[in-house]
Write a protein that binds this ligand. Structure first.
Ligand code: BG6
Length: 472
């Protein structure tokens, strides 16, 4: 592999940090999401009331894995593993507790500054997501969140604060995490469940449009602060297969997947709304207000690289009654050629190669895999976690990534598996769905010592990095 290749690992602020009300941090919309298998259903319910009800629910994100108070030890573990990159996110309400504050929260700025200084000391390149499922509550309450122009301005100001304070430490910036999942779980990406909205789809696409504008504005402003910054788009990706060779199903795959898989990235990378999206809006009575100024902004401020998460593939048919499987914001028909995780996500390393090829052919810009991994139940036995299934999963995906690079000529600049350390699952709020190289002694009910224990996969990946991908 290229010597510069960014072998890393990933996390997000809301899933690891905890300290949700420490040192002036304000409430974030994700703080209202309870833990447990019903999480996505609860936050998507029209009756969801945006209240914290500790008598009825647990809120595991409030503690995360207490990275906020343990970050020095955790980063030391990253260094010992030999990570070259760490993909992380910043909690917006730690910097601007209410989103609209006159001044940023100095304690929040200092927290990330300490992190970046430490990473620099250990020669670990930060890859920073500015917004990973994280909208300050006050912006939702007072400004209608992403459905207002004001939120765009507050986001730009927040990003400017980050750029000015961290420009000597951070080069890679990702504006929004999985910007394309808004149609599935809008509370995550847009900080609003739109449960009672009459024209939900229109509101979601208007909010997404505002995020796309915000992303371009941030890129434009960021380049004036530091022309060496590299900006990335980020989408949840998958390989999609039609159920059979019936042309009707093949067409259905294309029709179904493009508004989900490609729409946002197409705008962020090419700089304009694709025709299929315009047609989709027409056919579904979605009225987006896009003026000339917006068009110029989008056109002139596209990203430098595209990043994505990849966990599984999906099977699509026009009409079906086959067995279904679940997944990462996408569910579909069971694929008989694949096995699945305990959460029923289909494991498909070949799909990653397909996905890399499709994205590279379409965009022709460098790609970064910023999430890939397996959520499983790990068992701590005699002080050890023998997670061979995780090693197997990552190994097969690294192999297909390498095939895409060496045999297909795809330009991949980094790989940051999900996750460095066990954290709170986004879709279920469970701790027991573990992804990390490092085990955290904490259960779904908040019990545990929070002790960190490197798993077998931690040492395996250490050697992968050391050998630059030659020893898998
Ligand atoms: C992605 C998110 O959707 O998938 C992460 O960017 C999330 O935040 C990851 O944790 C895995 O999903 P889950 O629901 O298993 O945590």
């Amino acid at each position: 592999m290229n010597k510069e290749f960014l072998w890393g690992a990933a996390t997000s602020a809301n899933q690891v940090e905890g300290g949700y009300n420490q040192d002036g941090r304000g409430l974030s919309m994700i703080d209202f999401a309870p833990g447990g298998k019903k999480r996505t259903r609860i936050i998507s319910d029209p009756e969801f009331d945006y209240q914290i009800d500790s008598s009825a629910y647990k809120y595991p994100n409030h503690l995360g894995v207490d990275f906020y108070n343990n970050f020095k030890e955790d980063i030391k573990l990253m260094a010992k593993q030999g990570l070259k990159a760490y993909r992380m996110s910043i909690s917006w309400s730690r910097i601007y507790p209410n989103g609209d504050d006159a001044k940023p929260n100095q304690a929040g700025i200092n927290f990330y500054l300490q992190i970046f200084k430490l990473l620099k000391e250990y020669k670990i390149e930060p890859i920073v997501t500015i917004c990973h499922f994280d909208l300050p509550y006050n912006l939702f309450k007072m400004y209608n969140g992403w459905n207002s122009q004001e939120t765009i301005d507050f986001f730009v100001r927040y990003a400017q604060t980050l750029f000015e304070n961290y420009q000597d430490y951070v080069k890679y910036w990702i504006t929004f995490n999985e910007i394309n999942v808004s149609m599935k779980v809008p509370l995550f990406t847009l900080g609003n469940a739109y449960g009672k909205s009459e024209h939900k789809e229109q509101e979601i696409f208007r909010a997404m449009h505002n995020q796309l504008l915000a992303s371009s504005k941030v890129i434009k402003m960021g380049r004036t602060i530091n022309p060496n910054f590299k900006f990335g788009s980020m989408s949840a990706s998958t390989a999609a297969y039609s159920y059979d060779c019936n042309p009707v199903n093949q067409l259905e795959k294309i029709l179904k997947m493009r508004m989900f898989l490609y729409f946002a990235a197409d705008v962020q990378i090419r700089g304009y709304y694709p025709n299929y999206a315009k047609k989709y809006f027409e056919q579904n009575n979605i009225d987006l207000i896009i003026n000339e100024e917006d068009k110029i902004l989008l056109k002139n401020n596209v990203v430098d690289f595209h990043s994505f998460s990849y966990y599984q593939s999906v099977v699509v048919a026009k009409e079906f009654n086959q067995e279904l499987v679940s997944g990462n914001m996408m569910s579909g028909i069971k694929n008989p050629f694949l096995t699945a995780t305990s959460w029923n996500w289909q494991i498909d390393s070949t799909g990653l190669r397909i996905c890399l090829n499709e994205l590279y052919e379409r965009y022709q810009i460098p790609l970064m895999i910023v999430e890939n991994g397996i959520g499983e139940i790990d068992e701590l036995i005699n002080g050890k976690v023998e997670d061979d299934y995780r090693i197997e999963y990552l190994k097969s995906h690294i192999q297909t990534m390498q095939a895409a690079i060496y045999e297909d000529g795809v330009e991949v600049i980094g790989y940051t598996p999900w996750t460095f350390i066990d954290l709170v699952s986004a879709s279920t709020g469970e701790m027991s769905k573990r992804y990390g190289f490092v085990y955290v002694d904490l259960d779904d009910y908040g019990n545990g010592t929070l002790r960190r224990i490197p798993k077998k996969s931690y040492y395996w990946y250490k050697n992968v990095i050391k050998s630059n991908g030659n020893e898998l």
